[in-house]
Structure formats: C-alpha cells, structure tokens
Design a protein around this ligand. Sequence first.
Ligand SMILES: [Zn+2]
Length: 259
Amino acid sequence: MIVKTDAIVLRTRKFRESSKIVTLYTREHGKMSVVARGVVRPKSKYGSALQPMAFLSTIVYRKEGRDLHNLSIAEPLERFNVLSSSLERLSAGMVIVEIVEAAMHDEDRNEPLFDALLDALRTLNDVQSSEQSVVLWFLIRLATILGYAIRTDECGVCDEPIVRERLPVPYSISIGAPLCAEHREVGSFRTLSAPTFDLLCELSRGNVTDAAMLRPEERSVTELGDALNAFIRFHVEGLRRLKVRGISAKVLDDMVPLA
Ligand SMILES: [Zn+2]
C-alpha cells in the first residue's frame, strides 16, 4: 500500500552499506520505521532531508504486518534554520523527538501529538522563544494527549480548590495534581516552590507560542522539569526505560537517553 503522509524525523541510524533506517512520526500512521536506500551516497535523491527534526512530505510503501517499510520520496516541507543553528535549540528539539520515539508505539496514529510536535519544533525555530519553556510545555502537552492530564486547580484527593498562599505546594506525582493541607502526606509528592507552581499553571493553560515567551528562573526550570519527568515516567511505559536526568537550566542534553 502506498501511503503519502507528512512526517517528522525522530531518529536515523545507519543500515548496511549505504542506507539508513529512519524512524518517522507521521500524521497518518503515527510512528513508522522506514528504510531509505542509498541515502549516504553523495548523489542520493534525499539530499540532506533525512535528519532528526526534519519536517517532510513522504511517500512510503507500507507493508501490512511488517515493522519496517520502504521510503520512496521525502521532500522538506519547511526548514528549521534557526533551530539547527543553535546548540541549545538543537538539544531541546532532540529531547522532544527522543521522548516521542520512546513514548509511542508503532502505527498508533495520534494527530494531536503530531500537531504538538510540529508546533514545538516550529516554536523552537523562532529566535524569540525560550527553548526550556518549549520543552516543559511539550512534556505537559504530551501527558495530556496520552490521557494523564496535569491538574493545577484542585486537590488530587478531595477536589477542594487549592488556596494559593505563596507557599510551596505539595504536588502528587502519581495523581498529577496539587494536594491540600489535609492530604499533603498522601503518596509520593514533590514540593514545588510558589514560582515553580505558577510556571506549571501558566504552561498548562497556554499554547506553545505563549509558553515560549515565558522566561522562567533557572531554579523553576529544574524543579518543574524534574517533577514532570517523574510524572510522565510514572505513567508512560516507554519512558521508564529512558534515562531522563532532568532539565538543568543550560544543559538540556542531560535529558538525552544514555543508552
Ligand atoms: Zn485534599
């Protein structure tokens, strides 16, 4: 079956002499692995199109029941030149595509996730955006899309509204919600400082363009990054294997898997 679909490259690895296996996240079929033949030859028809984070129009020969398909055509739809010219932006983009690769099963179509992934990469390509805010926004969005919404308004145990007193907020990792004074000792929780909890509230409300304009303190980026990592690793099976060590303010590549 011939499939024409927009796709984002998650990962590439060498295959035999001159080919590559490319993991794509496609709009029509979710995650798919394809063989790109002859791609490492100087005159390859793919040129330099098959790099992680590339946004492509593709034609794939899809073989029913197989987990490896053949890539026929891959043409760039947009080029993210700003993203690829900065190490910080590249690292942030790599974190995002590697998380999608680890979190998603093959051929599990999820258009909202495709759109969130594309939004995140486009926003990273905007020189005004904060790459850390984009990564944090994406983690929150991913959790929501996969059915583990991150709540901020009510206690995760009794649904009482959380009264904000500029004090640190206990946040349940298993439930994904803040805890009231009465239920603060329930299960595993992280204590989020008031500015970190504010950041979580703003990021979970807004779209990626608004999120990317936030300039959070280094401490809040680390605190929230650690809590979100713990949350999604608790819920999303594929991410348990990923050795995510947390987002430090400068070194986003800490989150790149070590395996
Ligand atoms: Zn409560």
